[in-house]
Design a protein. Structure first.
Length: 303
């Protein structure tokens, strides 16, 4: 049979006493008397059916049960205090923090972000790049990352449904003629992006040109770098529909062939699966998912 949850004031008394190992110091922190703190801790021990402290001649010491209980109680109180302050607190505005894949932020999100600001002018957003594993010690509310949508402990919303196809500047800097067939790619510089499963080899396999091997290649650790080099005429990159649409509309990039391969990888908005999500984060999530689905519907209607 499950035990009934203890009163919150008993848990606060236990947590403060455990941190200070003193009824007196806990009483000062919580603005109560020492007797009140001691009584609340006794009430908690009575309900739980075991002691949480050893009463020593010169202070207190946590029992094994107390040591095991303290981290959970401390984290719950901390999260409750944080959520209360964020939702109901007055004063400084809270910035929503989003770690973002740089090419998606630059080519997809940035051109649309004015719509979010117009609709939610009071929500401040802090964007950080997820190029590096470490985020400077600052925890993000959510993240935009590339993959197949399955990450342990994370819930995800899909943001892109792309097709892969070669793109390049209308006039390559080498002044070579643009290739008319995939087998002519071997005479051109291909721009590879490290870390993407669905790269040049995947695209060539899917269209039946596995034998094509480029004699020249450049490698990059970000897709945004490869697309910029393609725009500058330094080679041919694999474009993804959602990321090159605007550059193609401006004639900065052109598509070379009719061969287009649907991706199984995509951009996703991810967040911790079982963690409190601030209301501003929920608003941003609903907005960006709506934008993504609207674009998908627009593309389907044009097809």
């Amino acid at each position: 049979m499950k035990k009934k949850l203890p009163p919150l004031n008993w848990l606060r008394a236990f947590e403060a006493t455990a941190r200070h190992l003193s009824f007196t110091h806990a009483a000062v922190e919580l603005h109560l008397t020492q007797a009140a703190i001691s009584q609340q801790v006794k009430g908690l021990e009575s309900q739980l059916g075991m002691p949480l402290f050893k009463r020593l001649p010169r202070g207190l010491e946590l029992t094994d049960a107390g040591k095991g209980y303290l981290p959970v109680v401390h984290e719950c109180i901390r999260r409750l205090a944080t959520a209360t302050d964020e939702i109901f607190g007055q004063g400084k505005a809270r910035l929503l923090t989003v770690r973002a894949n740089l090419v998606f932020l630059t080519n997809w999100l940035a051109p649309r972000f004015h719509r979010f600001r117009e609709r939610y002018p009071d929500i401040g957003v802090r964007f950080t790049s997820n190029i590096w594993l470490d985020d400077g010690g600052k925890e993000a509310d959510m993240e935009i990352r590339y993959g197949k949508g399955q990450w342990p402990g994370l819930a995800s919303d899909r943001l892109s449904w792309d097709e892969l196809f070669p793109v390049c500047s209308p006039k390559l800097t080498s002044h070579q003629e643009l290739p008319n067939r995939p087998d002519q790619l071997s005479d051109h510089t291909l721009l590879h992006v490290i870390g993407y499963e669905e790269g040049w080899g995947y695209w060539l396999d899917q269209i039946g040109f596995t034998h094509v091997k480029s004699r020249y290649e450049l490698q990059f650790d970000t897709l945004i770098s490869a697309l910029e080099m393609a725009r500058q005429g330094e080679g041919i990159a694999l474009g993804r529909t959602s990321l090159v649409k605007d550059m193609m509309a401006k004639q900065e990039l052109v598509s070379l062939f009719e061969f287009r391969v649907p991706t199984s990888e995509a951009f996703y908005l991810v967040r911790p699966e079982y963690k409190y999500l601030h209301p501003h984060a929920e608003i941003f999530r609903a907005w960006i998912v709506e934008e993504a689905w609207q674009e998908r519907e627009d593309v389907q209607h044009m097809a």
